[in-house]
Design a protein around this ligand. Structure first.
Ligand code: S3P
Length: 448
């Protein structure tokens, strides 16, 4: 969908203790991939726990447009009858990926080695985001792309008729870029190789293997070398999507900064390429227990018990950036409520997310009375200690779900209410956010 309808102003008020169980939705990265990989199989892939946020629903629509049969059977229960590797049909209409960078970039990769043409667009946020990071590598396979200035959407991709395999080192740490190249490599003969200097989330490698592809990963002096054997026959699977650690981050951080809180967040993925935030929070003094550690749907998961904690600022290692890249907005809120300074280096990729997240958090936190320093690659938050953030501001969400949710979490612990000008993007990744926080005891009001 393009745009999110009318803006919805939301305000979070200072909260009493948060208590209870927070069942957060399915993982967004895995949900997109389950639909896409299902579409690349012959046979029926059955999915449970799918995130039914707008981003993923847009990917479901896109897979239908490329010829797959995608059916919803009940809450989170979906099936996909795929068309096989190289079997994508040419869509009749423009593919609208809404707010989703993951959706559009992975799908561009998938179709880039099929002899079809597709045009992609998205909402005002997605139309600002760089697509050159995808069009550069897919050109090596033989695909052509025609977009707006600066490699922006809308963009038409003409898939390669005779794709060649590729050896590619992404210039930035990006799971979307790695995944787009591997997905393009599926329909190229021979071996496609991606060399990652900094490892990023590994759902594509894990899931492709689960669907029957031959994917190997080797640590070398060059970095992590991922090798895919092209033209496999992918085999339909049953996929149980674990709960999203990036969504769990919001109730977890809220409980840590609202005095007296004690909550349980069950079944959260603890994939080591995704769980950096929990390590960082513990380094800051957070009381988080990992209970009932187990494996679900091929991913390590745990139940998190989180209690209010008096936190202190730290120097967050830059090497942890990719394992918590989506969590910096809410981490900066926690840092504002901690005692002392928190330095977050190595975060330049935040500038090209759904919004420029360094700028969005810096301006909103300043409006709430917090002292911030920033440069191109670093965010520094001067913590005001428990109960010390004045709040009382309206913060701009810039069509970015995680910015909106982060400021609402701040409002639960600040002295005065904190508003966001538009909370509607929350529906892209966490449609039950308001209900879930309300059940824990938080007060978030919509203002008409
Ligand atoms: C994602 C990769 C990350 C992340 C995004 C989801 C994925 O983006 O921020 O929310 O599912 O591959 P980058 O690849 O741009 O780092």
């Amino acid at each position: 969908m393009t745009g999110h309808g009318d803006p919805i102003k939301m305000t979070a008020h200072k909260s009493g203790p948060l208590r209870g169980t927070a069942e957060v939705p399915g993982d967004k990265s895995i949900s997109h991939r389950a639909l896409i990989f299902g579409a690349l199989c012959v046979g029926e892939t059955k999915i449970t726990g799918l995130l039914e946020g707008e981003d993923v629903l847009d990917t479901a629509k896109a897979m239908r447009a490329f010829g797959a049969e995608v059916t919803r059977h009940g809450p989170g229960a979906w099936s996909v009858h795929g068309v096989g590797v190289g079997g994508f049909a040419e869509p009749e209409q423009v593919i609208d990926c809404g707010n989703s960078g993951t959706g559009v970039r992975l799908i561009m990769g998938c179709m880039a080695t099929s002899p079809i043409t597709a045009t992609f667009t998205g909402d005002a946020s997605l139309r600002k985001r760089p697509m050159g990071r995808i069009t550069d590598p897919i050109a090596l396979f033989g695909a052509q792309s025609y977009g707006r200035a600066g490699g922006r959407l809308p963009m038409t991709v003409v898939g390669a008729h005779d794709p060649v395999p590729v050896r590619y080192t992404p210039p930035m740490a990006s799971a979307q870029v790695k995944s787009a190249v591997l997905l393009a490599g599926l329909n190229a003969p021979g071996q496609t190789v991606v060399i990652e200097k900094i490892p990023t989330r590994d759902h594509t490698e894990r899931m492709l293997r689960g669907f029957g592809a031959d994917v190997s990963v080797e640590q070398t002096d060059e970095g992590q070398v991922i090798t895919l054997q092209g033209q496999p026959e992918l085999v339909a699977q049953e996929v149980a999507v674990p709960r999203d650690p990036s969504s769990a981050a919001f109730p977890v951080c809220a409980a840590l900064i609202v005095p007296g809180s004690d909550i349980l967040v069950p079944g959260v993925s603890q994939n080591p390429t995704r769980n950096g935030l929990f390590t960082t929070l513990r380094d800051m003094g957070a009381d988080i227990e990992f209970l009932n550690e187990r494996e679900e749907g091929g991913e390590p998961v745990a139940d998190l018990r989180v209690r209010y904690s008096e936190l202190h600022g730290i120097d967050v290692p830059a090497s942890r950036a990719s394992a918590q890249i989506d969590e910096y907005p809410v981490l900066s809120v926690v840092a504002a409520c901690a005692t002392g300074v928190t330095r977050m280096p190595g975060v330049h990729e935040l500038r090209v997310k759904e919004s420029d997240r360094i700028d969005a958090m810096a301006r909103g936190l300043e409006a709430c009375g917090v002292r911030i320093e920033e440069d191109e690659d670093t965010l520094i938050v001067h913590g005001m200690g428990p109960g010390g953030v004045p709040g009382g501001a309206i913060c701009a969400s810039h069509l970015d779900h995680r910015i909106a949710m982060s400021f609402l979490v701040l409002g639960m612990a600040a002295q005065n209410p904190v508003s966001v000008d538009d909370g509607s993007p929350i529906a892209t990744s966490f449609p039950i956010f308001e209900d879930l926080l309300a059940r824990l005891g938080a007060t978030i009001r919509r203002e008409i």
